[in-house]
Design a binder for this molecule. Sequence first.
Ligand code: MSP
Length: 651
Amino acid sequence: MLKTFYITTPIYYVNDVPHIGHAYTTIAADVLARYHRQWGHDVFFLTGLDEHGQKVQQAAEKAGIDPQAYCNRLAPKFQTLWKRLNISNDAFIRTTDPTHKAYVQKTLQALYDKDLIYRADYTGWYCTFDERFWTEKDVVDGLCPDCKRPVERLSESNYFFRMGRYQERLVTYIQDHPGFIQPQSRSNEVLGFLRKPLEDLSISRPKSRLSWGIELPFDAGYVTYVWFDALVNYVSALHYLTPKPSFDKYWTTHSTETASDRTVMHLVGKDILTTHAVYWSTILMALEHALPTTLFAHGWWTVNGEKMSKSRGNVVDPNAIVDEFGVDAFRYFLLREVPFGQDGDFSKDAMIGRINSELANDLGNLLSRSLTMIERFANGAVPAHAPAADTEMETRLRKTINGLFASAERHITNLEFNRALETVWELVQLGNQYIDKSAPWTLAKKAEDKARLDTVLYHGAETLRILGLALYPFMPQTAQEMVRQLGLTVDLSNPAADELNWGYLKPGTRIAKGDPLFPRIETAAKPQGDTRVTQDQQPAPPQTDQITIEDFRKVSLRIGKVIAAERVPKSTKLLKLQVDIGAEQRQIVAGIAAKYAPEDMVGKRVVIVANLKPAKLMGVESQGMVLAAGDDEVSALLTTVEDVPPGSKIK
Ligand code: MSP
């Protein structure tokens, strides 16, 4: 039987424009939807808007317009952002849709008819801001425990859903289904909440207090509590939205059918866990529907270490981030930076750090260098893999690739997006090391190394194609661009079975190298005092360390060829080199003897500083300096990838 996967985001209040928190859940849901589609599952991905209730009514009043007109004005802000972020939702629900309203009324009537909704008088402490009652023990010093605003004593007649009746059943269900509420710590939190007696839930608001809502079908003096209206969206959408989904197809059942055939997954933020885990679960029980397979509560983002809020003026607008860094860098950052489920901190510094190191340097570089070499050494067409030329390196690369999809699946099933990406990056890094070690530029020099060269170039290209498939759910545009540059016209959203296997890329495919995937972002040095360091970033150098381009131009760097080398007597560190720099020959003393023997050096191309004032080292004149990498010890000499004549300038 075809597996179905029904994935939802919360429906967002339209009281303001979307922010990073909204984008976060929606991107995570999109990754899951794209991933499951790639594996051939029947996916229904729903997002939308929660348009009723006090918050929206107040925002509309403030704007001086009717609430429906206000919702209609704000809804496109969400829809346009989802398009920009490449969100592949199948449907978009708005709770003011007439069919949703009718469905909510039908549901209320059914529960009322079964006496699961009743009318009662209630007296309690009411918080106007949070639009809810608190009990005596919740209220301290006359203040709302949530927003700390004064509460007032209010007596009201309302309709109640018999939620308390389902308490034991819910506790047992959660205990019997360890994967239902995730992460595990959240499941424990809900069980903790359920240790106190569960009261019935007021599901109405008198119109005198709040008029913007769905009218109760059995009492025109009331509207429905916004959370009842909102939660029902997960089911009402399956009854009327297009493309026509169906409740019977996507919702799980109580039957013996294995849960894995039909998955229903709600992603929510940690602040709305109780409403989902307790209110929604008990409503579903009352309606005799099965509970969702998974309810996952993710963490919250702070911004530069601070809580995000309108009053602080630090609300992150996803549009601005996309303008500055691009869609895929944003999608990547949100899912790579923190484990889904934990809180995280958003900062441009952290984002730039990841873009420069992981996206530009690791991934972008792997693509551009692989394609450049296919252009140079194979006339722009993917060469053939010659199995006879395989070494242990190819075996290792293919082994890592073979294990990639299995570990990605494990992590994505557990909603460990960061770990899935880490696994992909292990392959990106292995690909880069593979090229470094195989050194195609050296293989290209000798005709007898042709089979080996072709094998290395093929492995580089095929690794990139597989990376494109694995990255597609996270960065759809980038992944599609990667395979386009490899010369393929495949659609990564729905790969054919043979595309998942090694060897799909056919020799002879003409590559189409394009722009770099992620240009490095140059950052200006920061003023002292704001040099926060993220895991991957070094602090910006202090201002005084910087030189201008004019300063740099003063240094004359040239390629030299070592024609003779000997040790400097009584020195363990110094070699005396005779270096051909084109127009002349120089004697240069270099501190590289611990790493290189004189005979290693003869014939080597080196990079030298040609206009350095001559100096004596251990009594021997040095007319320049050889460049090498390493901190205290020399670890590698600088040289060039291609063979260039001695004396060539370095710019
Ligand atoms: N309308 C309700 C949901 C009803 S679902 C049946 C609602 N809407 S909301 O717009 O206020 O919040 C939507 C989501 O945004 C919540 O999941 C919330 O956790 C999330 N976030 C709000 N601020 C956030 C951060 N700073 N970081 C991450 N997510 C955050 O609640």
